[in-house]
Design a protein around this ligand. Structure first.
Ligand SMILES: NC(=O)c1ccc[n+]([C@@H]2O[C@H](COP(=O)([O-])OP(=O)(O)OC[C@H]3O[C@@H](n4cnc5c(N)ncnc54)[C@H](OP(=O)(O)O)[C@@H]3O)[C@@H](O)[C@H]2O)c1
Length: 246
């Protein structure tokens, strides 16, 4: 087994792009061994893994329980342990909040399958190893859309509310072996928001901190929560204060 020393191991789902990539790169620089994951971007995942002995890439769709088990198995086969899990992978649908007919059951299932059930499946697959880490730490990526009635669609916002509540419940029941927290980003510059020019201008003009977020802002919060010793079940907004004005 490669690198069987006391370096901690973290899985970051959806980490070939945007926030997840920022988290993976910061944690690598902080001395973690990192499992990079994505749905399909093997090229970026393999190239990130090739850049360090402390990074591997495990492709997998978190909405598949089998894929989640394989991502966890890749971490354990390579390094024999899992100390942290950052549930970042997510998806959305773009449907105006008042367009009730525009949200079909198919849209609900697609968004909830990835954002809620996928997060749950990763937690479930990693839990036996996180418990051994004592404490293991989980950080779920929620959204300001899970704290306020805003967002790209009702299913997306509801999925993020579910993540915030899942975090509270698991924080309540999994201690002291596993600490469970969440980060709720505001608008962050990623591929996902690439074409949201007007929204970005609006956030930069109205957020108390007068700018949009960057993956590094979210990564810093994840780094904190992966080291916290006395916080669990908490959701930290990292949004430049935007939730205060929307
Ligand atoms: N950007 C924002 O303003 C913002 C704000 C609040 C919350 N968030 C949350 O932050 C997270 C990341 O967003 P982002 O903006 O960084 O997105 P992004 O740049 O589009 O990156 C998404 C990443 O997730 C992966 N992914 C998507 N579906 C997956 C699945 N089913 N299984 C495994 N991996 C999957 C993608 O892989 P492929 O490239 O292979 O598809 C990619 O690596 C999401 O949970 C999102 O809801 C984002």
């Amino acid at each position: 087994m490669a690198g069987s020393d006391d370096k901690r191991v973290v899985i970051v789902t959806g980490s070939t792009s945007g926030i997840g990539r920022g988290v993976a790169e910061l944690l690598l620089s902080r001395g973690w061994r990192v499992v990079v994951n994505s749905l399909s971007d093997d090229e970026t995942g393999e190239s990130m893994a090739a850049s360090s002995d402390d990074m591997i890439y495990a492709r997998g769709d978190i909405s598949s329980a089998q894929d989640c088990a394989q991502v966890v198995a890749a971490a354990v086969a390579t390094w024999g342990r899992i100390d942290g899990l950052v549930n970042n992978a997510g998806t959305t649908a773009y449907v105006d909040l008042d367009d009730i007919g525009g949200v079909t059951a198919e849209v609900w299932h697609r968004v909830l399958d990835v954002n809620v059930i996928g997060t749950w499946q990763m937690i479930s697959a990693a839990m036996p190893h996180l418990k051994v880490a004592a404490p293991g730490r989980i950080v779920n990526i929620a959204s300001v859309a899970g704290l306020r009635p805003v967002g790209s669609s009702v299913p997306y916002s509801v999925s993020k509310v579910a993540i915030v509540h899942m975090t509270s419940i698991l924080g309540k029941v999994l201690g002291p072996d596993v600490l469970v927290n969440a980060v709720a980003p505001g608008l962050v510059e990623t591929a996902w928001t690439e074409e949201w020019g007007a929204v970005k201008d609006d956030v930069a003009a109205t957020a108390p901190l007068r700018r949009i977020g960057h993956p590094e802002d979210i990564a810093a919060a994840c780094d904190y929560l992966l080291n916290t010793t006395y916080t669990t079940g908490e959701c930290i907004a990292v949004d430049g204060g935007m939730r205060l004005v929307i």
